[in-house]
Write a protein that binds this ligand. Structure first.
Ligand SMILES: *Cc1c(COP(=O)(O)O)cnc(C)c1O
Length: 296
Protein backbone atom coordinates (compact mmCIF):
# COMPACT_ATOMS: atom_id res chain seq x y z
CA UNK A 1 0.00 0.00 0.00
CA UNK A 2 1.35 3.42 -0.91
CA UNK A 3 1.29 6.20 1.63
CA UNK A 4 -0.57 9.22 0.35
CA UNK A 5 0.47 12.77 1.16
CA UNK A 6 -2.81 13.18 3.06
CA UNK A 7 -1.79 10.60 5.66
CA UNK A 8 1.49 12.43 6.28
CA UNK A 9 0.04 15.90 6.81
CA UNK A 10 -1.92 17.18 9.80
CA UNK A 11 -5.50 16.04 9.15
CA UNK A 12 -8.38 18.54 8.84
CA UNK A 13 -9.98 17.03 11.93
CA UNK A 14 -10.02 13.82 13.96
CA UNK A 15 -13.26 13.67 15.93
CA UNK A 16 -13.32 11.49 19.06
CA UNK A 17 -16.39 9.41 18.32
CA UNK A 18 -16.49 6.06 20.06
CA UNK A 19 -18.96 3.25 20.64
CA UNK A 20 -20.87 5.23 23.25
CA UNK A 21 -21.58 8.09 20.82
CA UNK A 22 -22.52 5.71 18.01
CA UNK A 23 -24.93 3.90 20.35
CA UNK A 24 -26.48 7.18 21.53
CA UNK A 25 -27.06 8.43 17.98
CA UNK A 26 -28.42 5.04 16.85
CA UNK A 27 -30.85 4.93 19.79
CA UNK A 28 -32.06 8.42 18.91
CA UNK A 29 -32.58 7.44 15.27
CA UNK A 30 -34.52 4.38 16.45
CA UNK A 31 -36.67 6.55 18.71
CA UNK A 32 -38.06 8.31 15.66
CA UNK A 33 -37.19 11.81 16.91
CA UNK A 34 -34.95 13.02 14.13
CA UNK A 35 -35.59 16.75 14.44
CA UNK A 36 -35.62 18.97 17.55
CA UNK A 37 -37.12 17.07 20.47
CA UNK A 38 -36.37 15.63 23.92
CA UNK A 39 -32.62 14.98 23.28
CA UNK A 40 -32.12 18.60 22.27
CA UNK A 41 -33.85 19.68 25.47
CA UNK A 42 -31.59 17.34 27.51
CA UNK A 43 -28.48 18.64 25.74
CA UNK A 44 -29.50 22.24 26.52
CA UNK A 45 -30.08 21.37 30.18
CA UNK A 46 -26.77 19.51 30.49
CA UNK A 47 -24.90 22.34 28.73
CA UNK A 48 -26.47 24.99 30.97
CA UNK A 49 -25.51 22.94 34.05
CA UNK A 50 -21.95 22.41 32.78
CA UNK A 51 -21.44 26.13 32.10
CA UNK A 52 -23.43 27.28 35.15
CA UNK A 53 -25.80 29.53 33.21
CA UNK A 54 -29.58 30.00 33.27
CA UNK A 55 -30.29 29.39 29.58
CA UNK A 56 -28.57 27.35 26.89
CA UNK A 57 -30.30 27.48 23.49
CA UNK A 58 -29.25 24.90 20.92
CA UNK A 59 -28.97 26.03 17.31
CA UNK A 60 -27.66 24.72 14.00
CA UNK A 61 -24.26 26.51 14.10
CA UNK A 62 -22.21 29.16 15.86
CA UNK A 63 -22.86 31.43 12.88
CA UNK A 64 -26.59 31.04 13.64
CA UNK A 65 -25.89 31.64 17.34
CA UNK A 66 -24.04 34.90 16.54
CA UNK A 67 -26.77 36.00 14.10
CA UNK A 68 -29.53 35.35 16.66
CA UNK A 69 -27.53 37.11 19.40
CA UNK A 70 -27.13 40.22 17.24
CA UNK A 71 -30.86 40.10 16.49
CA UNK A 72 -31.61 39.86 20.23
CA UNK A 73 -29.28 42.83 20.79
CA UNK A 74 -31.53 44.67 18.29
CA UNK A 75 -28.74 45.49 15.88
CA UNK A 76 -29.97 47.55 12.96
CA UNK A 77 -28.89 49.10 9.69
CA UNK A 78 -26.01 51.56 10.05
CA UNK A 79 -24.91 50.33 13.50
CA UNK A 80 -21.27 49.40 14.09
CA UNK A 81 -19.95 46.22 15.70
CA UNK A 82 -16.38 45.84 16.99
CA UNK A 83 -14.79 42.56 15.85
CA UNK A 84 -11.16 41.39 16.06
CA UNK A 85 -8.91 41.37 12.97
CA UNK A 86 -7.98 37.75 13.65
CA UNK A 87 -10.97 35.42 13.59
CA UNK A 88 -13.01 33.22 11.28
CA UNK A 89 -15.13 35.06 8.69
CA UNK A 90 -18.43 34.27 10.48
CA UNK A 91 -17.75 36.83 13.25
CA UNK A 92 -17.86 39.73 10.79
CA UNK A 93 -20.17 38.17 8.22
CA UNK A 94 -23.18 38.03 10.57
CA UNK A 95 -22.90 41.79 11.14
CA UNK A 96 -23.45 42.41 7.43
CA UNK A 97 -26.75 40.45 7.56
CA UNK A 98 -28.17 43.56 9.28
CA UNK A 99 -26.57 46.07 6.86
CA UNK A 100 -24.50 47.03 9.90
CA UNK A 101 -20.74 47.58 9.76
CA UNK A 102 -18.07 45.28 11.21
CA UNK A 103 -15.28 47.55 12.54
CA UNK A 104 -11.92 45.78 12.82
CA UNK A 105 -10.09 45.99 16.14
CA UNK A 106 -6.43 44.97 16.42
CA UNK A 107 -5.40 41.92 18.46
CA UNK A 108 -2.66 41.62 21.08
CA UNK A 109 0.56 39.94 19.90
CA UNK A 110 0.72 37.25 22.62
CA UNK A 111 -2.71 35.62 22.71
CA UNK A 112 -4.07 37.07 19.45
CA UNK A 113 -7.21 38.33 21.21
CA UNK A 114 -9.06 41.60 20.65
CA UNK A 115 -7.28 44.51 22.32
CA UNK A 116 -9.52 46.55 24.65
CA UNK A 117 -7.25 49.61 24.13
CA UNK A 118 -7.69 49.51 20.36
CA UNK A 119 -11.43 48.82 20.80
CA UNK A 120 -11.68 52.04 22.80
CA UNK A 121 -10.14 54.00 19.90
CA UNK A 122 -12.60 52.46 17.41
CA UNK A 123 -15.80 53.36 19.30
CA UNK A 124 -18.06 55.92 17.56
CA UNK A 125 -21.60 57.08 18.38
CA UNK A 126 -22.83 54.28 16.07
CA UNK A 127 -21.07 51.44 17.96
CA UNK A 128 -23.62 49.09 19.48
CA UNK A 129 -21.96 45.71 20.08
CA UNK A 130 -18.47 44.35 20.83
CA UNK A 131 -17.72 40.74 19.84
CA UNK A 132 -14.57 39.38 21.49
CA UNK A 133 -13.27 36.01 20.19
CA UNK A 134 -11.39 33.67 22.55
CA UNK A 135 -8.84 32.73 19.92
CA UNK A 136 -7.65 29.13 20.15
CA UNK A 137 -9.50 28.89 23.47
CA UNK A 138 -7.37 31.56 25.21
CA UNK A 139 -9.90 33.68 27.09
CA UNK A 140 -9.88 37.42 26.27
CA UNK A 141 -9.23 39.94 29.06
CA UNK A 142 -12.94 40.02 29.80
CA UNK A 143 -12.56 42.44 32.74
CA UNK A 144 -11.29 45.26 30.44
CA UNK A 145 -13.84 44.42 27.74
CA UNK A 146 -16.81 44.31 30.15
CA UNK A 147 -15.66 47.59 31.79
CA UNK A 148 -15.36 49.31 28.43
CA UNK A 149 -18.77 48.00 27.34
CA UNK A 150 -20.40 49.15 30.58
CA UNK A 151 -18.97 52.69 30.40
CA UNK A 152 -19.77 53.12 26.69
CA UNK A 153 -23.17 51.36 26.68
CA UNK A 154 -22.22 48.49 24.37
CA UNK A 155 -23.66 44.97 24.37
CA UNK A 156 -21.00 42.23 24.66
CA UNK A 157 -21.54 39.10 22.56
CA UNK A 158 -18.72 36.59 22.98
CA UNK A 159 -17.69 34.39 20.06
CA UNK A 160 -16.71 31.30 22.05
CA UNK A 161 -16.42 29.01 19.01
CA UNK A 162 -13.03 27.75 20.31
CA UNK A 163 -13.73 28.09 24.01
CA UNK A 164 -15.36 25.13 25.67
CA UNK A 165 -14.17 24.47 28.29
CA UNK A 166 -12.44 27.74 29.21
CA UNK A 167 -12.43 30.02 32.21
CA UNK A 168 -11.55 33.64 32.83
CA UNK A 169 -10.42 34.17 36.45
CA UNK A 170 -12.30 31.09 37.63
CA UNK A 171 -15.51 31.92 35.78
CA UNK A 172 -16.68 29.79 32.89
CA UNK A 173 -16.78 31.37 29.46
CA UNK A 174 -20.51 31.48 28.73
CA UNK A 175 -21.46 33.17 32.00
CA UNK A 176 -19.76 36.57 31.72
CA UNK A 177 -21.61 38.50 29.02
CA UNK A 178 -25.26 39.02 28.05
CA UNK A 179 -24.81 36.40 25.30
CA UNK A 180 -22.13 33.87 24.33
CA UNK A 181 -22.06 31.80 21.12
CA UNK A 182 -20.46 28.32 20.97
CA UNK A 183 -19.67 26.17 17.92
CA UNK A 184 -19.98 22.40 17.59
CA UNK A 185 -18.55 22.28 14.05
CA UNK A 186 -16.48 19.21 13.10
CA UNK A 187 -13.12 20.82 13.98
CA UNK A 188 -14.12 22.39 17.31
CA UNK A 189 -13.36 21.22 20.85
CA UNK A 190 -16.83 19.69 21.23
CA UNK A 191 -18.64 18.56 18.10
CA UNK A 192 -22.07 17.55 16.90
CA UNK A 193 -20.92 17.59 13.24
CA UNK A 194 -22.67 20.93 12.81
CA UNK A 195 -24.22 22.79 15.70
CA UNK A 196 -24.05 25.70 18.10
CA UNK A 197 -25.38 27.12 21.37
CA UNK A 198 -26.28 30.51 22.79
CA UNK A 199 -25.88 30.93 26.54
CA UNK A 200 -27.43 33.76 28.55
CA UNK A 201 -28.64 34.57 32.05
CA UNK A 202 -31.23 37.01 30.69
CA UNK A 203 -34.79 35.66 30.30
CA UNK A 204 -35.84 38.24 27.70
CA UNK A 205 -32.80 37.59 25.49
CA UNK A 206 -33.36 33.82 25.83
CA UNK A 207 -36.99 34.24 24.76
CA UNK A 208 -36.01 36.26 21.71
CA UNK A 209 -33.36 33.73 20.59
CA UNK A 210 -35.77 30.87 21.21
CA UNK A 211 -38.47 32.55 19.12
CA UNK A 212 -36.25 33.51 16.19
CA UNK A 213 -34.36 30.20 15.88
CA UNK A 214 -37.50 28.43 14.67
CA UNK A 215 -39.45 30.60 12.21
CA UNK A 216 -40.63 33.05 14.90
CA UNK A 217 -43.13 30.44 16.09
CA UNK A 218 -44.72 31.04 19.46
CA UNK A 219 -42.58 29.40 22.12
CA UNK A 220 -44.08 25.99 22.65
CA UNK A 221 -44.49 25.28 18.98
CA UNK A 222 -41.84 22.54 18.75
CA UNK A 223 -43.75 20.65 21.45
CA UNK A 224 -46.90 20.62 19.34
CA UNK A 225 -46.48 16.93 18.56
CA UNK A 226 -46.28 15.90 22.22
CA UNK A 227 -48.97 15.48 24.88
CA UNK A 228 -47.76 18.71 26.54
CA UNK A 229 -48.16 20.80 23.42
CA UNK A 230 -50.96 22.02 21.28
CA UNK A 231 -51.40 21.97 17.53
CA UNK A 232 -52.12 25.68 17.65
CA UNK A 233 -49.20 28.04 17.18
CA UNK A 234 -48.64 31.55 15.97
CA UNK A 235 -45.97 33.06 13.79
CA UNK A 236 -45.24 36.29 15.59
CA UNK A 237 -42.13 37.29 13.57
CA UNK A 238 -40.33 36.31 10.38
CA UNK A 239 -37.69 34.14 12.07
CA UNK A 240 -35.03 31.70 10.85
CA UNK A 241 -34.56 27.93 10.50
CA UNK A 242 -31.72 27.44 12.96
CA UNK A 243 -32.81 24.51 15.17
CA UNK A 244 -30.51 21.64 16.24
CA UNK A 245 -31.68 18.04 15.67
CA UNK A 246 -31.98 15.22 18.23
CA UNK A 247 -29.33 12.92 16.64
CA UNK A 248 -26.88 15.86 16.82
CA UNK A 249 -27.90 16.54 20.43
CA UNK A 250 -27.37 12.84 21.31
CA UNK A 251 -23.79 13.14 20.03
CA UNK A 252 -23.40 16.45 21.88
CA UNK A 253 -24.47 14.91 25.19
CA UNK A 254 -21.80 12.19 24.91
CA UNK A 255 -19.16 14.74 23.83
CA UNK A 256 -20.05 17.01 26.74
CA UNK A 257 -19.56 14.17 29.23
CA UNK A 258 -15.97 13.79 27.89
CA UNK A 259 -15.29 17.51 27.54
CA UNK A 260 -12.79 17.86 30.43
CA UNK A 261 -10.93 14.69 29.47
CA UNK A 262 -10.61 15.80 25.82
CA UNK A 263 -9.35 19.17 27.14
CA UNK A 264 -6.64 17.44 29.21
CA UNK A 265 -5.54 15.47 26.15
CA UNK A 266 -5.28 18.68 24.09
CA UNK A 267 -3.19 20.32 26.83
CA UNK A 268 -0.74 17.39 26.66
CA UNK A 269 -0.47 17.74 22.88
CA UNK A 270 -0.04 21.53 23.17
CA UNK A 271 2.76 21.02 25.71
CA UNK A 272 4.49 18.73 23.25
CA UNK A 273 4.33 21.47 20.59
CA UNK A 274 5.67 24.01 23.13
CA UNK A 275 8.58 21.70 23.93
CA UNK A 276 9.47 21.36 20.26
CA UNK A 277 9.04 25.11 19.64
CA UNK A 278 11.42 25.94 22.48
CA UNK A 279 14.09 23.80 20.78
CA UNK A 280 14.01 25.92 17.62
CA UNK A 281 13.05 29.34 19.02
CA UNK A 282 13.79 29.44 22.76
CA UNK A 283 12.70 33.03 23.20
CA UNK A 284 9.58 32.78 21.01
CA UNK A 285 6.53 34.54 22.42
CA UNK A 286 4.04 31.97 21.18
CA UNK A 287 2.95 29.21 23.49
CA UNK A 288 0.46 26.59 22.36
CA UNK A 289 -0.44 25.39 25.85
CA UNK A 290 -3.67 26.59 27.32
CA UNK A 291 -3.30 29.17 30.12
CA UNK A 292 -6.77 28.64 31.49
CA UNK A 293 -7.10 25.24 33.11
CA UNK A 294 -10.59 24.36 34.34
CA UNK A 295 -10.53 25.22 38.02
CA UNK A 296 -8.05 28.12 37.66
C1 LIG B 1 -15.86 28.08 13.52
C2 LIG B 1 -16.04 29.47 13.93
C3 LIG B 1 -17.27 30.13 13.81
C4 LIG B 1 -18.44 29.53 13.10
O1 LIG B 1 -18.86 28.34 13.65
P1 LIG B 1 -19.93 27.43 12.86
O2 LIG B 1 -20.47 26.52 13.94
O3 LIG B 1 -19.18 26.69 11.80
O4 LIG B 1 -20.97 28.32 12.30
C5 LIG B 1 -17.39 31.41 14.33
N1 LIG B 1 -16.36 32.02 14.91
C6 LIG B 1 -15.15 31.44 15.02
C7 LIG B 1 -14.04 32.19 15.72
C8 LIG B 1 -14.94 30.16 14.52
O5 LIG B 1 -13.74 29.60 14.60
Amino acid sequence: MTTSIATKSVPFHVPSIGEEAIRAVTETLESGWITTGPKTRSFEEAFARFIGVRHALAVSSCTAALHLSLDAARLSEGDEVLVPTLTFAATGEVVTYFKAKPVLVDVDPIHFNLSAEDAKRKITPKTKVIMPVHFGGHPCRMDSILDLAATRGLTVIEDAAHAIPAKFRGQNIGTLSPMTAFSFYATKTLTTGEGGMVTTNDDALANRVSLMRLHGMSRDAWKRYTAEGTWRYELTEAGYKYNLTDPQAALGLVQLSHCEEMWRRRVKIAQKYDGLASLCCPRGAFRASHPSRPGD
